[in-house]
Design a protein around this ligand. Structure first.
Ligand code: ATP
Ligand code: FE
Length: 350
C-alpha cells in the first residue's frame, strides 16, 4: 500500500464545491466524484442561466453547500472526521468570495479537529493531478523534470516541473487563455457555456481544414489567443452578411477548424520548449486537456518525436477536489502547514 493512500486529507477546491478524501480504497474516490457531480447541480444551473460564473452567486452557493458536501464526502468515504490527518484548501488564484468561504471553513474545521491546515495553489494542484493514483501499483506518473502544458479557463502556461513544489513558468499567454478562446468563440456561434466541450463534440463531425484562422506571431514560448477570437468574430460577421444562416450551416466545420487552430498554437510552442529544454517527458493538465483534438495531438507527438506523454483521466482535468488533496498530501509529508491567520488571494502565480 502506498503511504499516501493511508493518509486521509480532505481537499477543498475552488470554484466547484467538492471535497475529496484519500482513503485506502480508490473506490471511495470514485464514489466521491459521483457525489460531487450530484452536489454541483445547483452551481451548474447558475452558470448556465447567466452564461458564466457570477461571483456573488457562486460564493453564496459555496456557503450553502459547503457543510452538507463535507458530511456526504466523509460518509461516502466511510470515515469519520476524527480520522482525517489534515485539511487542504485552495488559497488561490480564483474568485475571492468563493475562496473566502473555503478558507474560512478550512480554518474552522482544522481548529475544531486540531489537525494541520494546508494551503494549496490551484494551478499547482492542476499539475499534481498527474500523481493521483487509482491503485497502489499505478506507476504511470511523470518523472521529474517534465514539462506540463496547463490549459484551463484562466490559464495557458508551459511549466517546467522540477519537483512536487518547484515549478517554473517557461511560457504563458499574454492575453486570453485557451479555454477562454474556446468559450468566447463558442458564444459567438450561439453555443452554451462552457463552450469548450460543445466545440469538441461538434468538431468530431466537421472538416478541420474547411476554414483558416490566423495564428499569432509571438516570440519565445508565450501564447496569445485574443487575435484568434477577434478574427473568428470578424469572419463570422462578414459571412453572416452574405448568408444569415451561415453559422447553422457550418457549425461543425467552424468548430473543427477553430479547434485545430487552438491545438496547433498550443503544440507549436510546446514542441519548441521541449526541443530547447531537451525534455521529452510532457504532460497536459487543466480543463482544456479534456479536448479530444489536443489529446490526439499529444499521441501524435509521442509517435513523431518520441515524447513520453501523460494525459490525465477526464475527471482529473477540470477542477476537482482530488487534485487539491494530492497537493496537500505532498505538503503534509514535508510538514508545510499553514498558519490560521491566512487569507485567500484572487491572483497569484504558480
Ligand atoms: P483556472 O484553472 O485557470 O483557474 P478554471 O478552473 O475555470 O480556470 P478548468 O475547470 O480547469 O478552468 O477548465 C475549464 C475550461 O476548460 C473551460 O474554458 C472549458 O471550456 C474548457 N474545457 C473543458 N472541456 C473541454 C473540451 N473537451 N475541449 C475544450 N475545452 C474544454
Ligand atoms: Fe482550474
Amino acid at each position: 500500500m502506498r503511504p499516501y493512500l493511508s493518509n486521509q486529507i480532505i481537499g477543498i477546491i475552488y470554484p466547484l464545491i467538492s471535497f475529496s478524501i484519500f482513503h485506502i480504497k480508490i473506490v471511495s474516490l470514485q464514489l466521491i466524484f459521483s457525489r460531487i457531480n450530484g452536489n454541483n447541480i445547483r452551481h451548474r444551473i447558475i452558470v448556465r442561466q447567466y452564461g458564466g460564473v457570477v461571483p456573488e452567486l457562486a460564493s453564496r452557493a459555496h456557503q450553502q453547500n459547503i457543510i452538507p458536501v463535507v458530511h456526504q464526502a466523509l460518509k461516502q468515504a466511510g470515515i469519520t472526521k476524527e480520522e482525517l490527518s489534515a485539511v487542504a484548501f485552495t488559497r488561490g488564484p480564483g474568485l475571492l468570495g468563493s475562496l473566502l468561504v473555503g478558507t474560512s471553513f478550512a480554518k474552522g474545521f482544522s481548529t475544531a479537529l486540531d489537525i494541520p491546515l494546508i494551503e494549496v495553489n490551484h494551478l499547482q494542484a492542476h499539475v499534481l493531478a498527474h500523481f493521483i493514483k487509482e491503485d497502489a501499483d499505478d506507476e504511470s506518473h511523470p518523472n521529474f523534470p517534465f514539462l506540463c502544458l496547463l490549459v484551463s479557463g484562466g490559464n495557458s502556461q508551459i511549466i517546467k516541473v522540477e519537483s512536487y513544489s518547484k515549478m517554473e513558468i517557461v511560457g504563458q499567454t499574454i492575453d486570453d487563455a485557451a479555454g477562454e478562446a474556446f468559450d468566447k468563440c463558442a458564444k459567438v456561434m450561439g453555443l452554451p457555456y462552457p463552450g469548450g466541450p460543445v466545440v469538441d463534440k461538434l468538431a468530431k463531425l466537421g472538416n478541420a481544414n474547411q476554414f483558416n484562422f490566423s495564428k499569432p506571431r509571438i516570440d519565445g514560448y508565450d501564447y496569445s489567443f485574443s487575435g484568434l477570437k477577434t478574427s473568428f468574430l470578424y469572419f463570422l460577421r462578414d459571412e453572416l452578411k452574405k448568408d444569415a444562416e451561415f453559422i447553422e450551416k457550418n457549425r461543425e466545420d467552424l468548430s473543427a477548424s477553430l479547434q485545430k487552430t487552438i491545438v496547433d498554437i498550443l503544440m507549436d510552442k510546446l514542441r519548441l520548449a521541449a526541443k530547447d529544454s531537451n525534455i521529452n517527458e510532457v504532460a497536459v493538465a487543466g480543463g482544456v486537456s479534456a479536448n479530444s483534438g489536443l489529446r490526439a495531438a499529444f499521441e501524435d507527438h509521442a509517435k513523431r518525436y518520441g515524447w513520453k506523454i501523460h494525459i490525465p483521466k477526464f475527471e482529473y482535468t477540470t477542477d476537482n477536489a482530488a487534485m487539491v488533496a494530492i497537493t496537500g498530501y505532498y505538503k503534509y509529508l514535508e510538514g508545510e502547514f499553514t498558519d490560521k491567520s491566512v487569507t485567500p488571494y484572487a491572483r497569484t502565480s504558480i
